[in-house]
Design a protein around this ligand. Structure first.
Ligand code: F6R
Length: 365
């Protein structure tokens, strides 16, 4: 049932404030503010030397944010592979002590095969999954639930942001286990995570602004998405979302890679969506964006009040979110990217919930 919404995708975008708070509740005890592993499972990060993360598609981009989180908040180095590579690469696992998989459906063939490979190598396995009765949930040593509820739209939205929430909370937990996060800092970080639903609502309120930008996007045949640091995976996710439902060719790049090739594509017909909260990467991202502006590229800057006030890029179209701590930016910035893809697809008249050639659950490799 789509309720008042035109598509499941829109409904699921709107559900994010609520399901983010459910997911957070699985990983944080709300009365004490302490992180926890759901259902009292005995997952302890204190002796984990390295984590191997693997997933497909949007789950892979969540895992990429997860790597930044684990490295930043827990000091745990991470390996990262798309599951279709991990399962066949037979890379030496070295000091990897935990394999962590991310999957909405819990049935993705390559992710399941990667889980089985990790087990065959004697690794402990954990899975962030949305469908609790799935094969991946059954076969992992530790099940880390996202509580996004059923996701019907083929393009993943709420499952993605709930995966990010789970990863953020886990990274904090890991930092506590390893003694790199003090109890006070833990409380501060979990209090920050409780702000996500409110900020997600603020992002959703930008829908009309984004819809106007989407009308223009729908006249294009290509788009570039850029981001740095925590926002790099978001650029990849924004491009994936746009291409899969609007069929506009879109590519995501780390902003610093621009001058190593993609800048050759920039002319007046190329829209460039830049994900740039006013964080430690901001100045560097903006200097890349100025190179785009100088070549006539059309810029859509997704930033915050501080970023907008810096007046950094003249003539850019802006989507302006409130300022927020950096741990929240991947979660909140996902929403304007979802809405941009959604409204562009509507303009194009595509089948938003059932895009051509795609299946919700990819059970063959
Ligand atoms: C993109 C999308 C796909 C899935 C991928 C993995 O919007 O939905 O890229 O993320 O097929 O699926 P799960 O998470 O079910 O393993």
């Amino acid at each position: 049932d789509k309720g008042n919404h035109r598509h499941f995708m829109q409904k699921e975008i709107y559900e994010q404030p609520e399901v983010l708070s459910h997911t957070l509740g699985a990983f944080v005890d709300m009365s004490s503010g302490r992180t926890r592993i759901p259902d009292g499972q005995d997952l302890d990060f204190s002796k984990i030397r390295r984590i191997a993360l693997s997933a497909c598609g949007t789950g892979f981009y969540a895992a990429l944010v997860g790597r930044y989180y684990f490295e930043r908040f827990a000091g745990i180095p991470c390996d990262l592979d798309v599951a279709s590579e991990f399962r066949y690469r037979e890379s030496p696992l070295g000091d990897v002590d935990l394999a962590l998989f991310v999957s909405q459906s819990g049935e993705t063939a390559d992710t399941l095969a990667s889980l089985r490979y990790a087990k065959s190598q004697g690794l402990k396995t954990a899975a962030i999954v949305n469908v609790q009765e799935s094969t991946i949930a059954r076969e992992s040593d530790f099940v880390l639930p996202t509580l996004a509820g059923p996701e019907i739209g083929v393009a993943s939205t709420k499952a993605f942001t709930c995966q990010l929430m789970a990863l953020a909370a886990l990274a904090i937990r890991a930092g506590v286990d390893r003694g790199v996060i003090t109890p006070e800092r833990e409380l501060e970080l979990t209090r920050t995570l409780t702000e996500a639903p409110r900020l997600a609502n603020e992002a959703i309120r930008l829908e009309e602004v984004i819809e106007r930008l989407a009308r223009d996007m729908a006249t294009k045949s290509h788009a570039l998405f850029l981001g740095r640091g925590f926002s790099y995976p978001l650029a990849l996710e924004g491009a994936l979302k746009l291409k899969e439902i609007s069929y506009i060719h879109a590519e995501g790049y780390a902003a610093g890679e621009l001058k190593h090739g993609p800048i050759a594509l920039i002319d007046e017909t190329m829209p460039v969506v830049v994900v740039a909260p006013h964080d430690r990467s901001f100045e560097k991202t903006i200097s890349n964006v100025q190179e785009v502006a100088a070549r006539g590229g059309e810029i859509i800057l997704i930033t915050d009040a501080s970023g907008a006030a810096s007046g950094a890029v003249e003539g850019a179209q802006m989507i302006v979110l409130p300022d927020m701590p950096e741990i929240l930016t991947p979660i909140v910035y996902a929403i304007p990217l979802q809405l941009l893809a959604y409204h562009t697809a509507i303009q194009m008249g595509t089948d938003v919930d059932q895009p051509r050639n795609l299946a919700k659950s990819v059970t063959v490799e």
